[in-house]
Design a protein around this ligand. Structure first.
Ligand code: URA
Length: 217
C-alpha cells in the first residue's frame, strides 16, 4: 500500500489496552463506551501534537520571567463527530479541546448497498479561514462515510491540511481512497486491520461500533 497521506498508529500501551477492551466481544456496552472515551482522549492527544495553534511567549513566575508556550484561544477549532459511532469519541476529545466548537454530522449506511446518506448536518455554511478541524470517526471501513464528511467540510472552505481524523480501526481500502482524494490529510488510528468482509465490516475489527457504544445490539 503506497499512501501519500500520513497515517499515525500511536505506539502507546494505553491506546493498545483500550483497543483490546473495545475489540473483545465479551466487553459489555458500558465498558465499551469507557474504552471509546479513553481512545478518544489518547488519539486526540496524539493528533493535536504539532497541530494546536501554539504561541511562544513569557510568563512571570514568583521568582523571574520564564519562556512559555501557550495555545491561542482565539484560533478557530472544530470537532466533527460522525454520528452515531463518532459520538463515543467526543467526550475524550472534548476534555483536551474544550474550546473547540462541535458540529454534528449524522450519516447512515444502507446495510445492503453500503451506500451512505446524510440525515443530520449541523455544519456551518462556511468555516472561518485557518479553522483546525478534528473528525471523530471510529471505523474507517469502506471509506464512504469519511469521504462524504470530507466533501462536506471542504465545500464549506475547510483546508484538508488543517484537518485531522481520529479513528479506532482503519481498513487499507479506506486509507487508499482517502490518500487518492485527500493526500494532505493526517490520520491517527489505533490500528490498521486486514480488510473488510462482504458486509463492509472491518475484520477483525470490533463489530458495529455504534451498536456496541449505545447498547443496541
Ligand atoms: N462500521 C462499524 O461500526 N464497524 C465496521 O466494522 C464497519 C463500519
Amino acid at each position: 500500500m503506497t499512501l501519500q497521506l500520513r497515517v499515525y498508529v500511536p505506539d502507546h500501551p494505553l491506546v493498545k489496552h483500550w483497543l483490546a477492551v473495545a475489540r473483545d466481544r465479551d466487553t459489555p456496552s458500558v465498558l465499551f463506551k469507557s474504552a471509546m472515551v479513553e481512545l478518544g482522549r489518547w488519539l486526540t492527544y496524539e493528533a493535536s501534537r504539532y497541530w494546536l495553534p501554539a504561541q511562544e511567549t513569557t510568563v512571570q513566575t514568583p521568582l523571574a520571567e520564564a519562556p512559555a508556550t501557550v495555545i491561542d484561544p482565539t484560533a478557530p477549532m472544530a470537532l466533527v463527530p460522525v454520528l452515531r459511532a463518532g459520538l463515543s469519541l467526543l467526550e475524550g476529545a472534548q476534555t483536551l479541546l474544550p474550546l473547540a466548537a462541535t458540529y454534528h454530522l449524522g450519516l447512515v449506511r444502507n446495510e445492503e448497498t453500503l451506500e451512505v446518506s446524510c440525515y443530520l448536518n449541523k455544519l456551518p455554511p462556511q468555516f472561518a479561514p485557518q479553522t483546525r478541524i478534528l473528525i471523530l470517526e471510529p471505523m474507517l471501513a469502506t471509506g464512504a462515510s469519511i469521504l462524504m464528511t470530507l466533501n462536506e467540510l471542504t465545500q464549506r472552505g475547510a483546508d484538508p491540511a488543517l484537518i485531522r481524523i481520529i479513528s479506532v480501526v482503519a481498513s487499507p481500502v479506506a486509507l487508499q481512497k482517502l490518500s487518492e482524494q485527500y493526500p494532505q490529510l493526517n490520520i491517527y488510528t489505533a490500528m490498521i486491520d486486514e480488510g473488510l468482509n462482504d458486509r463492509g465490516y472491518i475484520v477483525p475489527g470490533l463489530g458495529d461500533a455504534g451498536d456496541r457504544a449505545f447498547g443496541t445490539l
